[in-house]
Design a protein around this ligand. Structure first.
Ligand code: ADP
Length: 606
């Protein structure tokens, strides 16, 4: 059994099931403790030919066999069967429901955690919370309550019966229990630490596996399979050691429990045998006493198991609580008001900003104004802050008041959800879900209309590719969309954003994997489609964004120029230099390819 802030409310929520379970458990325990009395009758009947019924010694007859032994035994068996079924349904049913609720609560909490949380927490660690740790809580809740209740009810009732029969013999048989408790407490503490280590090793393994499978292409390309295998073996070995270490301690505890059980039976047989010898007990009574004692062996085992289970449960609940207590740091400020619509005007006013936990500013005095409906290209070297600017427009991180405005309203005064609802985003990694292409394209839109999906695919220039697949739009993409090429993935991501038809469209380096002709066609289609709506396109090549209404030129977190291509050519020397450099590169590439084909032609002629 385990308690904690995030779990206690479920004890209340499912109290009715627990109460019903405990009631049937008490009933079962009560009936179970009637059997030693029947053993007593049977043994005495066989030994002395008489049985003690309501204090009177009477001869053992067929009538007594049927009414005092067989009939009660049948009733006991029936009640125990029904009761056991009921408490199993109640305890295990409640634990499954609790874990289902907790899983939903965790997922709900996770979905609201900021991007920063996912930047610093590994997926493998999170996954082990949702699997291993929740399984442990399920065990603790169901089996834990059962063990605690059973240990208490069965243990107490059996001890009362034993004391009534012979207090001194009961005392002798209970003494080793004190040692057992002492040992369980000490060992339990050490087991909790070991369980923590075991979980940490499991997290490492699941994280490593997940990363290896995601990055399998890179591993193969760099022929790192054997090194990865060696690293995995090391982790696997560490995991094995942590498990063996845990199992050793828990086995030690079990050995002590068995030792306790055997030694107590030894005491009962020794002292009980003496009592039979001096005539205080008869044979049936000794058997009855042993019957009660064996009934409490399970509760005693349960206590030891409970100590072990609670240690694991506490550790798991601790980790889950840490997740549930992680503050949702990117949240709406008080008094935010959702505008009816967002037209797409965006303004940055002298924003200096750094990523949470970073030790230097990533953006310096960034200012620019995008009018609603404008097409904007953002260009600059890698790491110059282009993605950061787009992330801040989407409110992926917090920004200071008075620095970022949407439709002239401070972005902090608009609900985050509203900002994102009016925006569509094509991220750099073009993540696709393991679902059909149609579902992927319709992901952000309320409509599953095939005509709209096909139109979005046409605008993104991926319709021909999709129609070339045997299942066309019903093609199911592999995990992270690996069954399609990088360029196809990129265009499906564009189609997904196009389908949303949002006031603001942000495309982060979204045409880098397509050829120049397709790029031109996609951009032309987008220009037509998005007339009157804001479009922001991050690109590496000036030629991609040359035709845009304005270009934002960034360098090391600063805006060095903002204006039309012509304006920047005149006013921004760094931009001019980039353009000239790229033109020179293009010319060199063209000259190289002409040279190469001439050489190839010459070679063929010769
Ligand atoms: P660009 O899109 O122009 O290539 P980014 O906007 O991605 O550049 O990055 C700008 C700067 O911010 C870089 O120095 C980068 O290392 C840093 N950066 C990006 N993401 C994070 C992050 N999650 N945490 C800390 N620093 C980051």
């Amino acid at each position: 059994m385990v308690f904690g802030r995030h779990l206690n409310k479920y004890y209340l929520k499912y109290a009715w099931m627990l109460v019903l379970g405990i009631a049937s458990l008490i009933l079962v325990d009560f009936f179970q403790l009637l059997t030693p009395r029947i053993y007593n009758l049977v043994v005495n009947a066989l030994t002395y030919g008489t049985v003690n019924i309501d204090g009177a010694e009477v001869p053992f007859t067929m009538d007594i066999l049927l009414t005092k032994i067989c009939a009660p035994m049948l009733i006991i068996i029936f009640v125990m069967l029904a009761g056991r079924f009921l408490w199993r349904v109640c305890f295990f049913g409640a634990s499954i429901r609790v874990v289902t609720d907790m899983r939903s609560e965790m997922f709900d909490h996770c979905k609201d955690l900021s991007q920063q949380f996912y930047n610093v927490n590994k997926v493998g660690d999170l996954m082990s919370l949702f699997t291993n740790d929740l399984d442990t809580i399920e065990d603790c809740f169901g089996s834990g309550i059962l063990m605690a209740a059973d240990a208490l009810c069965l243990g107490a009732m059996a001890v009362v019966k034993m004391v009534r029969m012979n207090p001194l013999l009961t005392l002798f048989s209970m003494l080793p229990m004190v040692f057992l408790f002492a040992i369980s407490t000490v060992v339990g503490k050490s087991m909790r630490k070991k369980w923590d280590r075991r979980q940490a090793q499991f997290s490492k393994i699941s994280d490593f596996s997940q990363e290896s499978f995601s990055g399998i292409a890179v591993i193969k390309a760099f022929v790192r399979e054997y090194l990865e295998l060696a690293a995995f073996d090391r982790l696997n070995k560490d995991n094995e050691n942590a498990n063996v270490d845990f199992v050793k301690t828990s086995t030690l505890l079990r050995v002590f429990v068995t030792l306790f059980e055997e030694s107590v039976i030894g005491v009962i047989l020794g002292y009980g045998g003496y009592l039979v010898y001096v005539g205080t007990f008869n044979a049936g009574e000794l058997i009855e006493f042993i019957g009660y004692f064996t009934s409490i062996v399970w509760p005693i085992l349960a206590i030891a198991e409970l100590v072990d289970m609670s240690s694991r449960g506490k550790a798991s609940l601790g980790r889950i609580s840490k997740l549930l207590d992680t503050p949702q740091d990117v949240v709406d400020a008080e008094g935010v008001e959702a505008p009816e619509t967002i037209h797409g005007k965006i303004e940055f006013k002298d924003l200096t900003w750094r990523y949470p936990g970073a030790n230097h500013d990533n953006l310096h005095n960034v200012s620019f104004k995008i009018e609603a409906g404008e097409n904007i290209g953002i260009i600059g070297k890698t790491g110059s802050g282009k993605t950061t600017v787009c992330d801040l427009i989407l409110r992926t991180y917090n920004v200071p008041d008075g620095t970022v405005f949407v439709d002239d309203i401070d972005i902090n005064k608009i609900p985050i959800r509203t900002v994102r609802e009016f925006a569509a985003y094509v991220p750099q990694d073009n993540f696709l879900f393991s679902d059909t292409i149609a579902e992927n394209i319709a992901f952000a839109s309320d409509s599953g209309d095939m005509a709209l999906i096909e139109n979005a695919a046409r605008i993104a220039g991926v319709d021909d590719d999709i129609n070339g697949f045997p299942l066309k739009y019903e093609t199911v993409l592999g995990e992270r969309g690996v069954t399609v090429s990088g360029g196809q993935k990129q265009r499906i991501s564009i189609a997904r954003a196009v389908m949303k038809d949002a006031s603001i469209l942000i495309m982060d380096d979204s045409v880098s994997a397509v050829d120049t002709d397709t790029e031109r066609r996609i951009l032309g289609e987008l220009r037509e489609l998005r007339k009157g709506k804001t479009t922001i396109l991050i690109a590496h090549r000036v030629s991609t964004i040359e035709q845009m209404d304005k270009i934002l030129y960034m360098d090391r977190g600063r805006v060095l120029g903002f204006g039309t291509h012509e304006e920047l050519m005149e006013t921004c020397p760094e931009f001019r230099k980039t353009v000239e450099l790229q033109r020179l590169e293009d010319k060199t590439e063209q000259a190289d390819s002409v040279h190469a084909s001439a050489e190839q032609g010459g070679g063929e002629n010769a």
